[in-house]
Write a protein that binds this ligand. Structure first.
Ligand SMILES: [Zn+2]
Length: 322
């Protein structure tokens, strides 16, 4: 039995295994990665990678108690540093992907899917409109953009943990100007540096604002600040281009919604083709989809590819009956 109710609840071999819930609802509680929508109220023990615990502690200031559940296998899911899929079950083997990417990107290896009977996968980009270009193509377009716009400031927006660090790594060999980072990004850079052997050369925006004007600096900031007043003030004062990075950039509407001058498809999730590839590699008897285009992906998997697939909806009860 699998259901979604503040996290994904599995009844497996007589135990309740709960993934990515805010509360300690299960006999075993799994945290797949350190994005806020997956963080746990810290008091109980959780199964997660050491890096996820370190990053979560840096974000929340709360200590994470890791439990060692030998029956839960954590496999890197290629989404962000420390992110893991969970593999468990004796009678039937289950795979819960959490957020997942199949592609190798910069310092991250893509998810290598194990075979299983039951797959619960994210489906953020589960429709064919979100087919992503090859990673090399994406990265070289970004580098060209940075070099073609060396005579003005650039404002680059992405999620502060994950995307912002990848943007920095992509541009680091081509940018000849100072790279500034917003405080939220700096905090995550520091946490990633402590948890891994990665290093970032960027300096804090707060103490180096003048570099936007004097040296046409590049500023990396969280997506949520793309339309903030202080950001618009910078653009009015110093000129420059606002640039968004996301899988959603596959659609033109992303540009208008974020108020961006330019956008690039750069994602920490599977695109449509990779979701299909993931399902094929796991080769499950049952597939449950969650997030984004969940219904659409489940429909494609069942009608086009013959899988027993359906979307997980909030508060849904038993899903044994397809
Ligand atoms: Zn995530």
């Amino acid at each position: 039995m699998v259901r979604e109710r503040d996290g994904i609840h599995f009844d497996v071999d007589g135990r309740k295994i709960v993934a990515d819930s805010r509360s300690a609802a299960g006999d075993v509680n799994i945290v797949s990665h350190a994005h806020f929508d997956h963080l746990h109220d810290a008091d109980s023990e959780v199964v997660c990678s050491e890096t996820t615990a370190a990053l979560a502690e840096a974000r929340t200031g709360q200590e994470i108690k890791r439990s060692n559940e030998a029956e839960i296998d954590l496999v890197p899911s290629g989404h962000i540093i420390g992110s893991t899929a969970a593999v468990f079950g004796d009678e039937k083997k289950y795979v819960y992907t959490g957020d997942v990417s199949m592609r190798d990107r910069l310092y991250l290896d893509g998810f290598d899917p194990p075979e299983a009977d039951v797959l619960v996968t994210e489906s953020t980009y589960g429709v064919p409109a979100y087919r992503f270009p090859d990673q090399e193509v994406i990265e070289s377009r970004i580098k060209d953009f940075i070099q073609d716009n060396r005579d003005r400031p650039l404002y680059l927006f992405g999620y502060s943990l994950g995307k912002a660090q990848k943007i920095q790594k992509i541009i680091e060999d081509v940018v000849e100007r100072p790279v500034l980072v917003h405080g939220a990004v700096k905090k995550m850079n520091d946490a990633v540096e402590r948890a891994t052997d990665l290093e970032f050369s960027a300096v804090s925006y707060g103490e180096n604002k003048e570099k936007l004007e004097e040296e046409n600096a590049v500023l990396v900031a969280p997506s949520r600040s793309s339309q903030a007043d202080w950001m618009d003030k910078n653009v009015r004062k110093y000129g420059g281009l606002k640039t968004g990075f996301s899988g959603w950039a596959s659609q033109e509407s992303f540009k208008h919604r974020g108020g961006y001058d330019e956008t690039f498809v750069l994602s920490d999730h599977c695109g449509f083709d990779e979701l299909i590839e993931l399902v094929k590699e796991v080769d499950p008897d049952k597939v449950y989809t969650q997030h984004g285009f969940d219904e659409e992906l489940a429909r494609h998997l069942s009608t086009e590819l013959g899988y027993d697939a359906r979307a997980l909806k909030s508060n849904q009860s038993t899903l044994e009956n397809f």
